[in-house]
Design a binder for this molecule. Structure first.
Ligand SMILES: Cc1cc2nc3c(=O)[nH]c(=O)nc-3n(C[C@H](O)[C@H](O)[C@H](O)COP(=O)(O)OP(=O)(O)OC[C@H]3O[C@@H](n4cnc5c(N)ncnc54)[C@H](O)[C@@H]3O)c2cc1C
Length: 270
């Protein structure tokens, strides 16, 4: 049996001490198990491993300012127009961060990318620029001041505790910050996630998992292929079961023989 506590109704269910319960032949878990708020009873024989996602802070903001050449060490003769619209960072030669994660896993640049998404001509004939930043942590006021070439107030030098919302609306006219679990750290591994979460002859049965692929690669195409793969295997299972059912009838198999045959066919799916 699958117990589901929809997140949006969590509180309501807790106060009513009610739980929706229904039985299914087949359940497809199509979201990373670790974020799903789903539990199984009896417990899964093969619960999925936790996917080691990168925590990605995505910051979108608009500003009348261009990116500062000095922030990218481009020299004083470089104009703001010459700063690339997209900057992707990498590691300096000889720097190896090994398996470090988060802020320690990004390298000395401290961010992964900055890009100009769009130039917006305003009704009052001024120009705003929409930027996107990918970083391992929330951006700070001091960092953003450097990026846009704003003067950093003396009190902020060496201090990095305030968010970008503390900047003037004249410098950052709009912003939106979101944290994503975007893609996995590619750690060496000996095996890949199973597509079926049940044990070979144990209950619960018929539990399929599409998001195991995300521990290897996180992309729409690969997840769609997982869905297709699971749908095909479920359909195959139904066809085999119905064929076995007629064999049982025609051959007069005992229940034990029938179950044994079913288990053997089921094991071939792994
Ligand atoms: C920031 C970011 C950028 C990305 N960029 C790209 C890209 O450029 N190209 C690309 O190919 N891929 C990209 N991906 C990866 C891509 O989005 C995923 O691989 C893909 O969405 C996985 O599809 P899915 O249907 O398996 O899962 P999801 O799209 O994650 O869908 C799972 C659904 O299940 C719902 N859910 C969760 N728990 C429950 C519950 N208890 N009950 C009911 N519903 C539940 C969720 O709300 C969600 O709607 C990106 C991902 C992120 C986070």
């Amino acid at each position: 049996m699958l117990s589901r506590l929809p997140r949006q109704h969590h509180r309501k269910i807790a106060t009513n001490t009610e739980l929706d319960q229904e039985e299914f032949d087949t359940v497809v878990l199509a979201t990373p198990y670790q974020f799903s708020d789903i539990s199984f009873s009896p417990l899964l024989a093969n619960p999925p491993d936790e996917i080691p996602y990168v925590t990605l802070h995505v910051t979108l903001f608009t500003s009348p300012h261009r990116l500062s050449p000095s922030f990218f060490n481009l020299g004083s003769s470089t104009s703001a127009d010459e700063v690339p619209d997209m900057v992707l960072t990498t590691l300096p030669e000889g720097v190896d961060l090994g398996a470090k994660k988060g802020k320690r896993g990004v390298g000395p640049a401290g961010f992964w990318s900055v890009s100009l998404v769009r130039k917006i001509e305003m009704d009052d004939s001024t120009t705003q620029y929409l930027y996107k930043v990918f970083s391992p942590e929330k951006l700070t006021k001091t960092w953003m001041s450097g990026l846009l070439g704003l003067e950093v107030p003396k009190k902020d030098i060496g201090g990095d505790f305030e968010g970008i919302d503390r900047l003037s609306r004249h410098d950052i006219s709009w912003s939106n910050e979101k944290v994503w679990h975007s893609y996995p750290y590619e750690l060496p591994r000996l095996s890949f996630e199973r597509i079926r979460l049940e044990g070979e002859l144990m209950e619960p049965r018929g539990i399929w998992y599409t998001s195991g692929i995300e521990s290897f690669i996180s992309a729409m195409e690969t997840s769609a292929l997982m869905g297709k793969n699971v749908a095909r295997l479920i359909a195959n299972g139904f066809m085999v079961e119905s064929a076995l059912g007629s064999y049982e009838f025609e051959l007069g198999l005992t229940d034990a023989e029938f179950l044994l045959m079913k288990a053997a066919v089921h094991a071939m799916d792994y």
